[in-house]
Structures are given as structure tokens and as C-alpha cells.
Design a protein around this ligand. Structure first.
Ligand SMILES: *[C@@H]1O[C@H](CO)[C@@H](O)[C@H](O)[C@H]1NC(C)=O
Ligand SMILES: *[C@@H]1O[C@H](CO)[C@@H](O)[C@H](O)[C@H]1NC(C)=O
Ligand SMILES: *[C@@H]1O[C@H](CO)[C@@H](O)[C@H](O)[C@H]1NC(C)=O
Ligand SMILES: *[C@@H]1O[C@H](CO)[C@@H](O)[C@H](O)[C@H]1NC(C)=O
Length: 384
């Protein structure tokens, strides 16, 4: 049985960090060996070809996508118990900045509140890895994450009834920034048992739920019109359907409110129904042919946050049915990445749903996105 003992571990270790919990959880799990091997093969390719340990960033990367990649490499090590990238954290630009007291994080995030959210996820996951292996500087990572989290929280106000702004210019309230705030707040409570985080998580979900950003199909549009605060009907990016899942899962783990799992399933099912072709996730701007504007590479983020949802929801083995229900879909995404989107150099393109006819963009972000699919498959997909 694919038991997940996260909550028992929480109870057993009291307020010790989630990292310890992850570390201990992993030992009881067996993951699919061939998918684990594939995940690390791609991760090694990223490390050897794209990662620059001097500036701690990716060749051709960006602040928020690099943060996502760093989170993923450490999540992959945590879930498998492997140590392939041990020592990497302190070389990353996030780790370097966390180890310098009084880092001015605004030089990294610029005006973007959403970008700060990805950085907190990365800092926590790197801290989790270090904690699980008894390594030093864990407190520095948590302190840095707390500073960045407080910056995000300070961008909440009552315009449109609540919500954090997308940027410090306070001109747009959108889905992804608030979904990140939800997941950080709920996960922050699970880690630190600090009620401020739980209050923020409840407040963030109540606001998101009532905001009208989720449309009648069950998908989150990009955000709200300035002034009128109505759903702007803009792109239902895959990551908007993904980050909400980990947020609802973590809030469920904190409160035991079963409705939150049903709410998550509404968006998962809508994504599978409306954002796929041939059973494979397709960003709306994806096209196998080269036409129109190039697309992003965020389907992996959807999968990573579904993976988190299953982990959080499965505490005390309460929701093993999520694995039964979505495991084969996760497996199909990873298979599409491997067989359709990956080229001979092991690079991974943005288009997963069909064979590339010139429209698939190969980038370091695409590579990281594919690794996220394989990692989710290693933990919860069927082994084939
Ligand atoms: C880090 O160095 C690489 C080249 O090795 C470069 O492509 C990348 O833009 C640099 N990143 C930053 C944030 O300076
Ligand atoms: C709880 O978290 C808030 C927000 O980050 C912080 O201001 C406060 O100091 C924390 N409280 C404790 C007891 O750590
Ligand atoms: C559980 O979550 C649902 C969905 O957000 C909410 O309507 C309900 O009030 C919550 N129940 C409790 C007891 O907080
Ligand atoms: C989404 O799925 C619903 C139900 O199958 C369908 O009615 C609707 O047209 C779909 N929308 C898009 C944009 O594909």
C-alpha cells in the first residue's frame, strides 16, 4: 500500500520542521525505479549543461523559473532519499543570498509579488533537504523565507474584498499570486505552527473562493479587472490550475476540512477535461507547428502541485483514492514528455501533446518542467 505517514510524523516530532517529516516519510516508500532513474538522468543533464555554480543560476534562466527548478531538484532528492545534488543548495543564488544577512530581496524579486512566492517554496524545500540530512544553515534558509513571505503578506489589502497584489505597483490582483500566498500560508502553518500563517491561509482561500476567478468550467482565469473586480476572462494557464491544488491540500492537512479536497478535484477534473489534447496537458498557446506567440512551459508546475496535493491529502492515508484516480494521468504526462517532447540531447520541449513540427520550444525552463512531470510520476504514477 502506498501509505503516507506525514501526519503521524508531524505528531511524533511536534513542531520540528516539515523537512524532517519528509525525510522520515520517504524511507517507508518505494518509488518506480525506472522513473526515478529517468528523473535523475534529466536532472543530471540540467546540472551539467545548464547550471552555473558560480552565479548559482541557469544559463538562460530567470528568477522565478530557476526558483522552481531548485525546488524540484530538492523535492526529487527528498522523495527518493537520494543525495545526487547534495551541496547544491548553498551554491544556488537563493542559497547564497540566504546566507548573507540583510539581503535586500527586492533586488531579486523586483516589483513581482508572485515571483517572491516561488522563491519561498524553493528556500523551504532546500531547507527541508538540509534538515533531513542534518546539514547546516537550515535556520538561515527559514529566516530568508520568512522575510520574503512577509513581503508577500504586506501586499494584501481590501481592494476587491481582499487578496495580495501581483506587483508592488498595486494595479492587478490575479490568481497565481494569491494561490501561492494560500499554499505558502498553509504550508507555513504545517511547518511552524504559527497561527498567523493559518489565519492567512483561511483568509486567502475564502477570498479566492469568492473572487469569481474560477469560471463555470472550473478553471481559474488569470485575474480580476482593475476597478470592477470581475473575472477578466484571460488565459487559464496550467499553473493557475496547479498551485491551487497544493494550497487546498495543505489547508486540508491543517484543518481536516474535507470540502477542500472536493474543491481541488473540481479544478483537476476541469484541467483534464479542458486543458488536454490526446490526454496530455496543453497550454493554450502550445502548438506543434510554429505559428503565433511562443508559449510557456508550465505544465510541470501543474504536476508538481498535484503531487503536493496528494502528499498533503494522503495524511493518515485519508485519500489514497487520489492516487487511484489520477495516477495514470500523471503517468501519461511523464510518458508524453519522455517519448514525444524529449530530443536526442535530453532537452525537453514545451509541447508535450504531439510530435514537434517546429512549434515546440526547447529551453532550460522546458527541461525543468519535464523533470517535474517525471518526479510526480516517480512518486504517484503507475510503474511501467
Ligand atoms: C549566470 O551565468 C550564466 C552563464 O553561465 C548566464 O547565462 C546567466 O544569465 C547568469 N545568471 C544571472 C542571474 O546572472
Ligand atoms: C508568525 O509569523 C508572522 C508572519 O511571518 C511573524 O511576523 C511572527 O513573528 C511569527 N510568530 C512567531 C511566534 O514566530
Ligand atoms: C470547509 O471549506 C469550505 C469550502 O471553502 C467552506 O465553505 C466551509 O465553511 C469550511 N468548513 C469549516 C468548518 O470551516
Ligand atoms: C470545457 O469542457 C466543457 C465540458 O466538456 C465544454 O462544454 C467546454 O466547451 C470546454 N471548454 C473548452 C474551452 O474547451
Amino acid at each position: 500500500m502506498r501509505l503516507n505517514t506525514l501526519l503521524q510524523v508531524f505528531i511524533a516530532i511536534g513542531t520540528v520542521s516539515l523537512g524532517r517529516a519528509f525525510g522520515q516519510r520517504i524511507k517507508s516508500r518505494a518509488e518506480c525505479a525506472s522513473t526515478v532513474a529517468l528523473s535523475f538522468k534529466e536532472a543530471q543533464h540540467y546540472d551539467s549543461v545548464y547550471y552555473d555554480p558560480v552565479n548559482g543560476s541557469s544559463f538562460d534562466g530567470s528568477f522565478w523559473t530557476d526558483s522552481n527548478t531548485m525546488e524540484t531538484l530538492h523535492l526529487l532528492m527528498l522523495q527518493t532519499g537520494r543525495t545526487d545534488f547534495d551541496g547544491l543548495a548553498d551554491t544556488t543564488f537563493l542559497g547564497q543570498a540566504a546566507l548573507i544577512p540583510f539581503t535586500d530581496w527586492s533586488t531579486f524579486t523586483g516589483p513581482f509579488v508572485d515571483d517572491a512566492g516561488w522563491a519561498v517554496l524553493a528556500l523551504w524545500t532546500m531547507a527541508d533537504y538540509k534538515a533531513a540530512h542534518g546539514e547546516s544553515n537550515v535556520a538561515d534558509y527559514f529566516a530568508a523565507a520568512a522575510t520574503v513571505y512577509d513581503f508577500i503578506a504586506s501586499n494584501w489589502d481590501d481592494t476587491c474584498g481582499g487578496g495580495v497584489w501581483w506587483t508592488v505597483d498595486h494595479t492587478y490582483k490575479n490568481a497565481v499570486t494569491n494561490e501561492l500566498f494560500l499554499t505558502l500560508s498553509a504550508q507555513g502553518y504545517l511547518r511552524f505552527k504559527n497561527e498567523t500563517y493559518l489565519d492567512n491561509a483561511k483568509k486567502a482561500w475564502a477570498w479566492i473562493e469568492g473572487s469569481g476567478m474560477r469560471n463555470s468550467q472550473g478553471l481559474f482565469n488569470d485575474g480580476l479587472e482593475f476597478g470592477t473586480c470581475v473575472n477578466n476572462g484571460e488565459t487559464t494557464w496550467t499553473y493557475n490550475q496547479g498551485v491551487i491544488l497544493s494550497g487546498l491540500g495543505a489547508l486540508y492537512a491543517a484543518t481536516g476540512n474535507e470540502t477542500l479536497i472536493s474543491e481541488a478535484e473540481i479544478t483537476i477534473d476541469a484541467s483534464i477535461r479542458n486543458l488536454t489534447v490526446n490526454g496530455v496537458l496543453k497550454e493554450s498557446c502550445d502548438d506543434v507547428k510554429l505559428e503565433g506567440t511562443p508559449c510557456d512551459t508550465d505544465q510541470g508546475i501543474w504536476l508538481k502541485h498535484l503531487q503536493y496535493l496528494i502528499t498533503f491529502a494522503n495524511v493518515q492515508s485519508k485519500h489514497p483514492e487520489l492516487i487511484t484516480k489520477y495516477g495514470s494521468f500523471i503517468g501519461a504526462q511523464s510518458a508524453a514528455v519522455q517519448h514525444t517532447a524529449t530530443d536526442r540531447q535530453l532537452d525537453i520541449g514545451s509541447v508535450w501533446y504531439g510530435a514537434n513540427q517546429g512549434g515546440s520550444i526547447f529551453s532550460v525552463q522546458g527541461l525543468a518542467s519535464g523533470i517535474m512531470a517525471h518526479a510526480a510520476n516517480a512518486e504517484y504514477g503507475p510503474c511501467n
